[in-house]
Design a protein around this ligand. Structure first.
Ligand code: C5J
Length: 229
């Protein structure tokens, strides 16, 4: 059980204050297609180990969040089996031998219901945690995320997942325009490109926090724990 005490996280560009009862943990696209060998990320030529370092801090944070019965939302990027929601421009992007919808080692790439589209086992949702299936990079576009947040009284988000400069950044920008505060956790988000990760975080916290705040998960765990490490 959590009390209504406002928690303060030591964050950049300044402290992030949140009420745990109205702040959801939003975990973006921790899917096998992005984090496992044989998935879409690797097919595109990326090193998935760059993303896998985020699994353990996410696992610890998720366990803490669940132990306090706080709100958790998961997102998945992917498309209908008939690909009717896949813009031609997105399908052709990358100009690789294999595109979204084509068969790969983890099933059809980024198609709902396929092995690669599923969550990694370490961060699998439990009943009661909404799953947002999104066809785009942002989690608000063409989804019911905003409605779910309104109905559950969620005003702030702690954002984790992959990748920092693509789906995390796009979602944070969408959330910002809808009036939500976002705290992004540097150790719980990752990119195949370390320089894009660094720059993606800088863009969020620049100009007085133009899109939100940045901290690491130890700071959130400590805030939840009444300031104790
Ligand atoms: C990408 C994502 N990178 N979840 N998707 O295509 O960031």
């Amino acid at each position: 059980m959590i009390t209504n005490t406002i928690r303060t996280v030591d964050a950049e560009p300044y402290s992030f204050e949140f009420d745990p009862r109205t702040c959801a943990l939003l975990i973006i696209d921790m899917q096998r297609d992005f984090l496992e060998s044989g998935g879409f990320g690797e097919i595109l030529g990326n090193d998935v180990s760059q993303l896998r370092r985020t699994i353990e801090p996410n696992r610890k944070l998720l366990a803490a969040w669940r132990s306090l019965s706080l709100q958790v939302i998961h997102t998945r990027e992917g498309h209908r089996t008939d690909l009717a929601d896949l813009p031609a421009a997105k399908r052709m992007r990358g100009r690789g031998k294999r595109c979204i919808g084509d068969p790969g080692p983890l099933g059809r790439i980024l198609v709902r219901g396929e092995a690669g589209h599923d969550f990694i086992p370490e961060l699998y949702p439990v009943p009661g945690e909404p799953i947002i299936d999104k066809p785009g990079k942002g989690a608000f576009w063409a989804t019911d995320l905003h409605a779910i947040m309104q109905n559950r009284g969620i005003k702030q988000l702690i954002v984790t997942g992959v990748t920092t400069e693509v789906c995390v950044n796009t979602t944070v920008r969408e959330a910002n325009d809808r009036g939500y505060d976002c705290l992004v956790l540097s150790d719980c988000v990752g990119s195949y490109f370390p320089e894009f990760h660094d720059m993606g975080l800088k863009m969020i916290k620049a100009q007085g926090g133009i899109f939100g705040w940045v901290a690491d998960s130890t700071k959130v765990l400590s805030a939840l724990n009444g300031g104790q490490p």
